[in-house]
Design a protein around this ligand. Structure first.
Ligand SMILES: CNc1nc2c(CC[C@H]3O[C@@H](OC)[C@H](OC)[C@@H]3O)c3nc(N)[nH]c(=O)c3cc2[nH]1
Ligand SMILES: [Zn+2]
Length: 376
């Protein structure tokens, strides 16, 4: 059952790499792909206002079912008129289903066919999350793109465990579709699992594609596996995903992974990395990572990155930002978060331009060389 609200439009394919330039249309506007989606787990992209996010060109942000279920509670967000109203964001929102948090946040959990029993990571209360519950919460949040409730298995995982997990995640996906209350207003993406096992990725993709979701995600990656494992899994998984629907790689990531993921056919990416490292003063720049607290920047009155035209780089110096971060000044967090988010949003703008010019492979080599990924 394919739902109306999400439509993928393929604009062109890069002749040099096979990467694709597209547009995803949602009830809250459209955005070009490949795209980096800022993560706003608790209904805010930390220290950023909606105006900041629009100014940097973000067309879609993420929020999270598990976190918002616990605080402030999906009922309160529903009473506010949904997440868009609650956080004053009128562009697209994607909510993750909570599956990942259950495995990453709580060590006390049991997975059953019905769902997952675990403890609230804030107060230890017993909780239960199921496909139906995850769909109810996302329905209350009113996100444009919902994610099916899945198990994101640890890396590495035994083949037999992974096979059972994939089969249960497929049964959960079917239950999500059945529990989908407003398929004409909210899209629902299926999440392909299977770890590093090609046979299991094929089985997961076959199960989910037969359910005709409006979009698909590659789950179970960016969980500690080496980069070459991620790239190998993408090489045999993305071709299994329908070419006329969006492809979302969950939890990724670093600049090199975004470029390598786009080359392997991924359209959408999300990661907490840029805002998380910004808060301790680690910046992504065109010459690689920069740790602004380093003493050598105490009298450096130039911008974080002279090739960056973001608000932070146009108005403030490394010395000033170093001072703010060392003094734990909140304004310092805003300046570093803004720059890191802008860096990735802008990187994907350059990736889309390279696809238009059929030169994403050349772009990758130039970027890797400057950023220092090729260096030993
Ligand atoms: C980082 N690596 C990684 N993230 C992942 C996430 C999102 C984490 C979600 O949690 C919040 O970030 C902490 C974000 O929520 C807004 C994100 O979407 C995943 N979500 C699901 N449902 N299934 C997966 O297989 C999965 C794999 C991941 N690998
Ligand atoms: Zn900047």
């Amino acid at each position: 059952m394919s739902t109306l609200p999400i439509r993928y439009e393929l604009i062109k394919t890069c002749k040099q790499t096979g990467a694709r330039l597209g547009i995803v249309h949602t009830p809250h506007g459209s955005f070009e792909t490949p795209v980096f989606m800022p993560v706003g787990t608790l209904a805010t992209v930390k220290t950023m206002s909606p105006e900041d996010l629009k100014e940097m060109g973000a067309g879609i942000i993420l929020s999270n079912t598990y976190h918002l279920w616990l605080r402030p509670g999906n009922e309160i967000v529903k009473e506010a008129g949904g997440l868009h109203k609650f956080m004053n964001w009128d562009r697209a929102i994607l909510t993750d289903s909570g599956g990942f948090q259950v495995f990453s946040l709580s060590d006390m959990r049991t997975i059953e066919e019905e769902g997952v029993h675990f403890r609230n990571h804030l107060n230890g209360d017993k909780l239960f999350l199921s496909p139906e519950k995850a769909m109810q919460i996302q329905n209350d949040l009113g996100s444009d793109i919902m994610m099916a409730f899945d198990e994101c298995p640890p890396y590495p995982a035994e083949y037999d465990y992974m096979k059972k997990s994939v089969e249960r995640t497929s049964r959960w996906a079917e239950r999500c579709l059945k529990a989908h209350k407003r398929p004409n207003e909210q899209g629902l993406f299926g999440i392909i699992q299977g770890g590093e096992y090609e046979e299991l990725r094929k089985q997961s993709a076959k199960d989910l594609v037969s359910l005709d979701f409006p979009g698909y995600a590659v789950g179970g990656l960016s969980v500690g596996e080496p980069k070459d494992v991620m790239n190998r899994v993408l090489e045999f998984t993305t071709p299994l995903m329908p070419a006329h629907k969006p492809r979302y790689l969950m939890g990724v990531g670093s600049p090199d992974s975004l470029i390598d993921g786009a080359i392997r056919g991924i359209d959408m990416f999300d990661c907490v990395l840029p805002t998380r490292i910004a808060r301790n003063g680690t910046l992504m720049t065109s010459e690689g990572r920069l740790v602004v607290k380093n003493a050598k920047y105490a009298r450096d009155f130039g911008p974080l990155d002279e090739h960056c035209d973001c608000y932070t780089c146009r108005n403030y110096s490394r010395a000033y930002i170093r001072h703010l971060i060392k003094c734990d000044e909140t304004f310092g967090l805003r300046l570093t978060s803004y720059h890191n988010l802008y860096f990735l949003v802008n990187l994907m703008k350059n990736v889309r331009q390279a696809i238009r010019e059929d030169r994403l492979g050349d772009f990758r080599d130039e970027f890797f060389e400057k950023y220092g990924f090729n260096k030993p």
